[in-house]
Design a protein around this ligand. Structure first.
Ligand code: GDP
Ligand code: IMO
Ligand code: MG
Length: 431
């Protein structure tokens, strides 16, 4: 059965966790294909609030197999903590599995992430400090440690020693920091290996078998297209392929396994960390959106920068991802606004730009069209027809601009605060 993919279309935190959880109900598998514990995916059920970092957002359903795929980088300390937290509140994690091929984040990756950021001074990226970039760097340098190495401690020790010898040169000579000790880290990781070994599988065969056995598979993106290593706002990006294309590379599957590419966008924009943001709102409206939308990082608790919806960026993102259907989240956050702006062009150095450029400059500013706000609470609405007219006009404009249909509108953080716009299509795709 052809599979579905969920991706973020902006700079992350679009609500992928909420939507993946919603769609997981009718899935056999939920699979992460890139990123690491830099992600923070929130799920609100009736009386519980979860933030998932590495565990796929299908875990709340005990019937769903959750796979941390080959393209993900795994910090075992963080993963074990996450699994223990879930178990402690009665969530069954026995169906969470890790790919043998996934690379492992080591303490030296976390240190390197910090030291490199410090070294960059005012050019820093504003990373999550989780060691994600340095883990992927080692993978590409062909010196990384993979999950399968945790199953052979002799091999693990040799690789660890080589890496620490190398990293200690960098720590002491370049960054003037303290060296690390092999034995200490080895002993720490042996414990992690004991706890995780039964979860480490050949995920590539698992996924292929699932596909051939007609299982319903949902691939859950982390981060989002504008943070993609190749197509995002480089260098202010993360270090993985966040697009739908990343699913094939990150899980070892051919493109023809995939059918529906569902893109998630907020009704406005946010960004954490540094980098260009043409529609950023740096006044009381931005503050209001941050407060109402609770725009504080799920992983680092940093304030998220807030801005108007950027249709040029969204169109570019849909193009790269081959999006078939859209989901719009957090429309309720705009409830109180008199006027809502949407960016349809940019201005930079007195030039008008009508597309999303490869070198989006910091001084690029949005040119907007104004929409009258709906000025009423929509968070209790469940039927599309019941939305205020101005709200429907806002959605229609997005659909027309992108030439895409909106499948679902999310109007609150709770699991049930959704409006399915086209029910027959939605149930055709997801049941
Ligand atoms: P993710 O990284 O894409 O999974 O998104 P995050 O979980 O980091 O951030 C999204 C935040 O918005 C979380 O706090 C969600 O609970 C919340 N959220 C999701 N959808 C909605 C919505 O439609 N309305 C409101 N008000 N909050 C939402
Ligand atoms: P989810 O999956 C928002 C941002 C960081 C920083 C840049 C690089 O919750 O949407 P990294 O630690 O990856 O090297 O940091 O990417 N970033 C995110 N921003 N949501 C995320 O994940 C992010 N993961 C990384 O803030 O700007
Ligand atoms: Mg998040």
């Amino acid at each position: 059965m052809p599979s579905n993919v969920i991706v973020g279309l902006q700079w992350g935190d679009e609500g992928k966790g909420k939507i993946t959880d919603l769609l997981a109900k009718n899935s056999d598998y939920v699979i992460r294909y890139q990123g690491g514990n830099n992600s923070g995916h929130s799920i609100h059920t009736k009386n519980r609030h979860f933030i998932l970092h590495l565990v796929p957002s299908g875990v709340i359903y005990s019937s769903v197999k959750c796979i941390v795929g080959p393209g993900v980088v795994i910090d075992p300390k963080s993963l074990i903590q996450e699994i223990q937290n879930l178990e402690s509140i009665g969530i069954d994690t026995s169906k969470v599995f890790l790919s043998k091929r996934a690379h492992i984040t080591m303490p030296y990756h976390r240190f390197l992430d910090r030291y490199q950021e410090e070294f960059l001074g005012d050019k820093l990226i504003g990373t999550t400090h989780k060691g994600i970039g340095p883990t992927y760097e080692d993978k590409i340098s062909r010196i990384g440690i993979r999950a399968l190495d945790l199953l052979n401690l002799e091999v693990f020790y040799k690789k660890l020693k080589y890496n620490i010898d190398l990293k200690n040169q960098i720590f002491t000579k370049i960054f003037k920091k303290k060296p690390l000790f092999v034995q200490e880290i080895y002993e720490e990781y042996i414990e992690y290996a004991k706890i995780l070994s039964h979860r480490i599988i050949d995920a590539v065969y698992e996924i292929h078998n699932a596909f051939h056995n007609q299982k319903k598979i949902l691939f859950e993106g982390a981060q989002a297209l504008l943070l993609d290593i190749d197509y995002g706002t480089y260098p202010y990006v993360t270090t993985s392929s966040t697009s739908t294309g990343g699913v094939c590379i990150g899980c070892g599957i051919p493109p023809n396994f995939l059918k529906n590419f569902i893109g998630i966008t907020k009704a406005y924009c946010t960004r954490v960390g540094f980098g260009p943001f043409p529609t950023e709102i740096e006044n009381e409206i931005g503050d209001m959106i941050r407060k109402k939308g609770n725009e504080y990082g799920a992983t680092t608790k940093r304030s998220r920068r807030c801005g108007w919806l950027d249709l040029l960026a969204l169109k570019y993102s849909c193009m790269i991802n081959g999006i078939n259907y859209l989901i719009i989240t957090k429309l309720d956050v705009l409830n109180e606004l008199e006027t809502i702006k949407m960016c349809i062009k940019y201005k930079c150095d007195d030039k008008i730009i009508q597309y999303f450029p490869a070198n989006l400059k910091k001084n690029t500013k949005g040119i907007y069209i104004d929409f009258p706000g709906w000025k009423e609470d929509i968070s209790h609405i469940h039927e599309y027809e019941d939305l205020p007219n101005n709200c429907k006009k806002y959605i229609k404009f997005i659909e027309n601009y992108l030439n895409l249909e909106v499948l679902l509108v999310s109007v609150g953080s709770e699991r049930n605060q959704n409006i399915i716009k086209n029910k027959s299509l939605f149930f055709k795709i997801f049941t």
